[in-house]
Ligand binder design. Structure first.
Ligand code: PFF
Length: 452
């Protein structure tokens, strides 16, 4: 079967970065940072990106491009008649669960687009934003409508195909998002009392570090870089032989990390400035940001209007390029492994995610009382996928690429499209084979209390 391809080099980087950059950077990174004490968490996070994320991203690229198949197909091709195919299946399941609750938050961004469009932020004070977020997210209907709308939007882009849908949307939206985020950093830093937020972000307090900080940082690194579930592996199956995998991995991780840190630089100075607790959790971004627009441009309402509208639109688009990548993993799997037409495959994924997404959304409102192991559905999906399933998937991907995959394949894939120095190749192999498996296992064991 002839497979689709990304059309250009920049398209490759932008599509992968489009998957990586999303709510994970702007919504999840600040709230995890806030709940884990700030700067020390960020340092550990950066360590996880570099030492765990990078080698795994390169490995996913190698697996995907060499096999030119969806995630399970890739393992069937590279390790026929073995159990490795289950690693692909694990990825499909993980993506499916992430898409279900991620689309709920993506739907919230659309509510905020609407609010911005109707000038709903004007004249409000910080406590109003908090109250309106609570009443919106607990409303039984509105979030569900946005959830359905967002999933359908993803669905229709998915069935339009890889190049047209994914590549084009990423090319325009990524640079624009970057520009507006940089501008908002300046706005946020100019607010009264913002220094405290800066200190929270830059001055590490290691006394706040616990085993949960490591697990949180590792999970956030996997989530934000779209790693551990074969998403970038599926994208790499659309790369051509001219793509330099290592360079692409560094560009994607670089862009993703810069955007996450910039998002932190918007959220925390603003949160401290208006007196919102940094450990507020999932609502942090949604109650902090509207304040930035109001406080920074309060004197010039037109600017407040234009910038808030643009910001939420771009955030929704960033979320969209991520939901597309999540959806694509499961759709490509059903299409290629079960012979479903792409349309039918996509409908199955959309339908099931909608069902689970509804449960997640309602678990923040009318079903708040229903808890499993102390978690609402929404929190459970987030915890299980980001902190358990992705790192476990990453662990096995590292073992597969480091110990099972033919070294010649790994080397050939890394050397095409410009290649890397032998030293870098050796460093990659070493870190992948030894450091990554030991590091991920140690973080899990630490969380289980084995070392304390
Ligand atoms: N990386 C995306 C974000 O930060 O928003 C979320 C995501 C996309 C996670 C794709 C995993 C994935 F496979």
């Amino acid at each position: 079967m002839k497979r689709a391809n990304f059309g250009s080099k920049i398209g490759v980087v932008l599509a992968s970065a489009g998957s990586a950059v999303g709510l994970g950077n702007v919504w999840r990174f600040p709230y995890e940072t806030g709940q884990n004490g700030g700067a020390a968490f960020i340092l550990i996070y950066l360590g996880c990106v570099l030492l765990l994320g990078m080698p795994i991203m390169i490995s996913e690229f190698i697996i995907g491009r060499h096999s030119q198949a969806n995630t399970t197909g890739a393992y069937k091709f590279l390790a026929p008649n073995t159990h490795w195919k289950w690693l692909g299946f694990w990825g499909v399941m993980t993506g499916f669960l992430i898409l279900s609750y991620y689309s709920v938050v993506a739907g919230w961004t659309l509510e905020y687009v609407m609010e911005a469009l109707l000038n709903g932020f004007t004249g409000k004070i910080p406590s109003d934003f908090e109250a309106s977020f609570v009443s919106f997210s607990q409303n039984p209907w509105r979030p569900l409508l946005w959830l359905a709308f967002f999933l359908l939007l993803t669905h229709f882009i998915i069935i339009k195909g890889v190049e047209k849908g994914i590549e084009r949307s990423s090319k325009i939206m990524m640079p624009m998002l970057f520009l507006i985020i940089v501008m908002l950093v300046f706005c946020s830093l100019s607010l009264d009392g913002s220094e405290k937020g800066l200190e929270f972000l830059l001055k590490p307090d290691f006394s706040k570090v616990t085993s949960g900080t490591f697990l949180g940082a590792m999970g956030q690194a996997f989530f934000s870089l779209s790693l551990g579930m074969g998403c970038l592996c599926t994208y790499a199956s659309y790369f051509n032989k001219n793509t330099n995998l290592t360079k692409t991995a560094f560009s994607v991780a670089g862009i993703d990390t810069v955007i996450a840190v910039l998002a932190g630089l918007i959220i925390f100075p603003a949160a401290f400035s208006v007196g919102i607790e940094p450990d507020k959790g999932a609502s942090l971004v949604f109650i902090t940001l509207p304040n930035v627009f109001q406080s920074a441009f309060g004197d010039v309402p037109v600017l407040a209007y234009v910038f808030s509208l643009m910001f939420y639109l771009l955030l929704a688009l960033a979320a969209l390029t991520s939901t597309i990548s999540l959806h694509e993993v499961a759709t490509a799997y059903l299409h290629e492994e079960f012979g479903f037409s792409r349309k039918k495959a996509a409908w199955c994924v959309t339908g099931c995610c909608l069902f689970l997404g509804v449960l997640c959304s309602l678990s923040l409102g009318v079903f708040q009382w229903f808890k499993i192991a102390g978690f609402t559905f929404f929190d459970l999906f987030d915890f299980v996928t980001a902190k358990l399933m992705l790192p476990l998937g990453g662990l096995f991907i590292a073992i597969f690429a480091g110990w099972f995959l033919d070294k010649k394949i790994v080397k050939d894939e890394m050397m095409t499209g410009g290649g890397v120095s032998v030293r870098l190749f050796m460093a990659y192999r070493f870190v992948l084979r030894y450091f990554v498996p030991v590091g991920i296992s140690a973080i899990f064991l630490n969380e289980l209390g084995v070392f304390s």
